[in-house]
Design a protein around this ligand. Structure first.
Ligand code: ADP
Ligand code: MG
Length: 469
């Protein structure tokens, strides 16, 4: 073992690790690590930035240690070096490695702080309540929050540029995006930050063209130190807006200005977005936010109740969190509606009142069952039963099981919601109504012809019955 080189040793470790973790995880967290040198006691590794280092150490320390023991035996430790990357666009540029020891995780950050002038907030005003402290963390959003905090701490200096956060409605994208803005405003770590929706950007652009001021427009945007744009799915199909955005993006990127974007789908799946924009996104980090699990939903409601100094029985919180599953905005909406009821009717907030409120939100009278479900309910049950995520359900995969899940969900939507075929199609990734008709027919035929399917479907239907009040 004495003569082994650092890269050989590290390659052997990598092989060990690669066999034991998902490919995606491996390429995200291990491929960027470089081995630097080996001494009698230590193997030196280089990681791209501090966030990366924190993440790797807190999540993969054990497996790294095991791989080392496997390849070398006992007695060797890993020392990490963080790359202070001054010029990310030029990989060959001079770099200044700075070694840090495990204990000094909270080294002062390498940010230029300009205390002399107050940070300029441009665009739409950022909501002061959308801060990291009020963002409840759970498995579904942990990584997104960590990445958002990393760019807020070190804008433009992590490899997460651009950072793209994506996920369904009401899952906290805007909250996190604005939390980044609030954090840099609090730290005064930049001179200016610009937050806006993609719509505002488009409108601004159109009005600039009309007034013959597109140069001013582009200067305004290129001058900011941080650009936060919400809901870029609305750029779909708007060619000249995208064109303009692309140039602004490049200019900011080249000057290491942090860009953070949100969208309701994985950018790769956004139709009508230029390839070159999407390929720019790939150079940064794209993170999804999933619907929160029950525990997180409960925690969010409890936190909200605490903040508003409300006394709400736990059964009520639990009931709300159980019934409203896929959207935090709806969850908060239900709580607010409950408060309104209780103060208007001068009654206590209790389980009975909660059921009434929930009935209004989730259930509407329905001809057949007297109950209707929200499309989110249906998608939620189906994704759980088929063990797939919402993106997959709404996506394009034609794999038999996924196609079945999708058709079953459309059938249920037709049966248990009052939505039109056209609207159901829209909820399922923008499909057209004939696809929904086909799905319903397929399910009906299958129910007639396959006993196995019938049983499977019955189990799904039962799941619905248990969500009845
Ligand atoms: P999106 O932009 O993804 O549609 P928002 O960011 O507007 O969703 O979030 C909807 C509401 O839910 C907001 O009031 C937000 O504060 C709240 N919210 C979302 N996620 C969380 C969370 N993890 N913790 C606390 N509140 C949250
Ligand atoms: Mg939003």
């Amino acid at each position: 073992m004495e003569n082994i080189g650092h890269s050989e040793l590290w390659n052997e470790c990598l092989e060990y690790i690669q066999e034991r973790i998902p490919t995606q995880t491996f390429s995200t967290w291990f491929e960027p690590i470089k081995s630097l040198s080996l001494t009698e006691k230590e193997l030196f590794l280089q990681v791209p930035n501090k966030f990366f280092y924190d993440w790797v150490v807190s999540h993969y320390e054990n497996i790294i240690q095991q791989s080392l023991e496997n390849a070398y035996g006992d007695g060797l430790r890993i020392k990490y070096t963080i790359l202070m990357d001054d010029d990310q666009s030029l990989p060959s540029a001079e770099k200044h490695p700075q070694t840090i020891a495990r204990q000094t995780q909270d080294d002062p950050q390498n940010i230029i702080v300009d205390n002399s002038s107050k940070i300029i907030e441009k665009g739409t005003k950022i909501n002061k309540n959308y801060i990291f402290e009020t963002f409840v963390e759970g498995k579904s959003n942990q990584f997104a929050k960590a990445a958002a905090m990393a760019v807020a701490r070190d804008p433009g200096r992590t490899s997460f540029n651009p950072l793209v956060l994506y996920g369904g409605t009401g899952l906290g994208k805007t909250h996190l995006l604005q939390a980044i803005g609030n954090e840099v405003i609090k730290n005064q770590s930049l001179k200016s930050v610009l937050y806006l929706s993609s719509d505002t950007f488009t409108l601004d652009f159109i009005s600039a063209i009309q007034k013959n001021k597109s140069t001013d427009f582009s200067k305004y945007y290129r001058d900011v130190d941080m650009l936060l744009i919400d809901d870029i799915q609305f750029f779909q199909g708007k060619e000249s807006t995208q064109e303009q955005f692309f140039h602004i993006f490049n200019s900011l990127y080249q000057h290491h200005k942090q860009i953070v974007l949100t969208t309701d789908k994985n950018p790769m799946e956004l139709k009508g977005l230029q390839e070159r924009l999407i390929s720019r996104f790939k150079s940064g980090l794209t993170v999804d936010i999933q619907p929160p699990d029950l525990e997180t939903r409960i925690a969010i409601l409890q936190r909200k109740a605490e903040r508003e100094e409300l006394e709400i029985p736990f059964e009520v919180i639990e009931l709300l969190a159980t019934k409203i599953r896929s959207n935090i905005r709806e969850l908060e909406g239900a709580l607010i509606r409950l408060l309104a009821y209780s103060s208007l009717l001068r009654v206590d907030i209790n389980v009975q009142l909660t059921k009434k409120v929930l009935n209004e939100i989730v259930g509407d009278s329905h001809a057949e069952s007297n109950i209707s479900y929200s499309i989110e309910n249906i998608q939620d049950v189906i994704t759980t039963k088929y063990n797939i995520n919402l993106d997959t359900l709404l996506g394009k995969s034609r794999k038999q099981e996924i196609a079945e899940a999708r058709m079953a969900a459309m059938y249920l939507a037709r049966k248990y919601t009052s939505l039109s075929l056209k609207n159901i199609g829209l909820y399922f990734g923008g499909r057209d109504h004939s696809t929904v008709v086909h799905a319903c027919k397929w399910v009906e035929d299958k129910l007639d012809s396959s006993e196995e399917f019938q049983k499977r479907f019955e189990r799904i239907r039962k799941e619905f019955d248990t969500t009845l009040f």
